[in-house]
Ligand binder design. Structure first.
Ligand SMILES: [Zn+2]
Length: 323
């Protein structure tokens, strides 16, 4: 991450991206440059109350460090996984952090005395990629994060759609294979059950059966496919076809200019992008084909996006009218 030269009274946003195992934290300037970054363990096994206490401690610590460096913390942005009610600032539900209706925004406002925005990790990641990263300058962006699960953010003119219930963008639960494996959500054949990084590793192990020496990661499946290993090639092809079906549905719904792929699976780079572009191209009938590109901000997208969301909240109505 680049570090700009901050002048002493520069405003900064305290930004946290909370995941199941770790939280990425930063002080971010209004132009999207992080001037300090930190990582802390989430240790979700301690339970949601302990995680909330850590979030507030880390946020307060960062605000103090900003002031010690002569910077002015103006807002707090927090990104969490799961279902997030951004309007009420409530972490409604999260499988991997254990949140159930946690009013994180109000808790942060009370503790730090700063305006606070709460966002969904993938949606704010999409926000950052659309405004600062791979989708920059293209207006209509679909950001798709492919990791343990698959989720998306639809960003139009720098704003990500939240949905009526805080659950927009669940592209991982589009049905792509009616006879496919059962998804974590309970239904069979969801995109996520076929083409997430976790699903790719599982499928390879399943086909390899007795021949499997050790668990094989999705990245390794991609590499083995590139060398022509038949089993890996089959699994990778199935993955690409399923993703193309999912993205084609996304394009039919949203008609974006750019699809940005993030998350662990996107690190396969051209091993994924090249066949996926071809498979998506085959599926376009009257729809305009989107550009398909890899995310540019890496795992800092969530943190930067949380900061953008907080700055939008501070600028408020004013900012929206200027658009
Ligand atoms: Zn599902």
């Amino acid at each position: 991450m680049s570090r700009g030269d901050a002048a002493p009274t520069d405003p900064v946003v305290v930004a946290l991206d909370v995941g199941g195992t770790g939280m990425k934290c930063a002080l971010v300037r209004p132009d999207g440059v992080a001037v300090r970054t930190e990582r802390h363990p989430t240790d979700a096994a301690r339970g949601p109350a302990a995680v909330v206490a850590t979030i507030l401690d880390v946020a307060e610590g960062l605000a103090d460090k900003a002031r010690a460096d002569g910077l002015t913390p103006i807002a707090v942005g927090i990104a969490v996984p799961g279902v997030v009610d951004e309007a009420r600032g409530v972490a409604v539900w999260s499988a991997n952090v254990g949140f159930r209706d946690v009013p994180l925004r109000d808790l942060a406002v009370r503790r730090l005395g700063l305006p606070t925005a709460l966002g969904h990790d993938v949606r704010v990641g999409g926000l950052a990629e659309a405004r600062l990263g791979a989708g920059r300058g293209t207006g209509h962006v679909l950001f798709v994060a492919i990791g343990t699960g698959i989720a998306a953010a639809h960003v139009v003119d720098g704003h990500a759609a939240v949905g009526a219930h805080g659950a927009a963008g669940e592209i991982g639960h589009i049905l792509v294979r009616p006879d496919g494996p059962r998804c974590g959500c309970g239904r069979p054949g969801c995109l996520e059950a076929v083409a997430s990084a976790a699903a790719v590793g599982r499928r390879y192990a399943e086909l390899a059966g007795e021949a499997a020496d050790a668990p094989v990661s999705a990245a390794e499946v991609a590499e083995r496919a590139a060398t022509g290993e038949p089993l890996a090639s089959q699994v990778w092809q199935e993955t690409v076809e399923a993703l193309a079906d999912g993205l084609a549905s996304g394009q039919a719904l949203f008609d974006v200019a750019t699809i940005v792929l993030g998350g662990g699976l996107a690190q396969a780079g051209d091993l994924l992008l090249t066949p996926l572009r071809a498979a998506l191209h085959e599926r376009m009938t009257f729809h305009r084909e989107p550009q398909l590109v890899a995310a540019a901000l890496g795992d800092e997208a969530g943190c930067l996006g949380a900061a953008l969301l907080a700055m939008d909240a501070v600028r408020g109505h004013d900012h929206q009218e200027k658009r």
